[in-house]
Design a protein around this ligand. Sequence first.
Ligand code: PGA
Length: 250
Amino acid sequence: MKKIIIANWKMNPPSPKEAQAIFAKVKGRAARLSGVETVIAPPFVFLPILKSGGKIKLAAQDVAKDDGGPWTGEVSARMVKGLGASYAIIGHSERRELGEGDEVVREKLYQSLSRGIKSVLCVGEKEKSQEVFPHIVRDEIKKALRGIPKYFASKTIIAYEPVWAISSHSKGKADTPQNFFEMSIFIRRTVLDVWGKLAALRLPIIYGGSVNAKNARGFLEVDGGAGVLVGKASLDAREFNKILEIANTI
Ligand code: PGA
């Protein structure tokens, strides 16, 4: 199975020119790597100027919970698909921080999957000290998947992204591969409850939170781990390309 490496550019870089420059460098490298599914999630406005194709896929960082209508500032799954996005990140903690609740995340996931977009559902606890954190993650998954038909399972990816591990967090430090391994088993069990065994076994589970070229290998080698979601380090094309190279060897 190809490792899935997703660059989440968040609200970066500041200009189209810089976006094209990072994209071109990554695209050049990705073209030579057959063992990696390389995905770039730029801000919406850059989607039309970055051309997917070859070995690189585009992702939206979010989609609206509706297909169209009076929603100022929103962008639908249908629109991003029309601009070449074949992936979407759904329920990122930075969106949840802005007030996106579980029900909205569920509706967004449904919209995205209905358009045939590979949808990366982000889940993760806020604080490292939260003793009950597996339950928080289970709750997020169950609420997001409620009522989503099982036939969408093949387009669903879950990103375990503990909020405290994200680089912009005050104490942002990557989790351990061991914890990711344990959480991935737990996530699979939770999905089994909702969608059954086959879907749970096939579900790609990726890790996100302060991934860089130094620690990526640990997460990529985790048994059952399908890839990584990279924020800050993905804005440096050389660093991100190193992560792609590592993934290609695993
Ligand atoms: P980070 O971000 O790699 O900068 O920690 C990951 C993410 O928030 O998706």
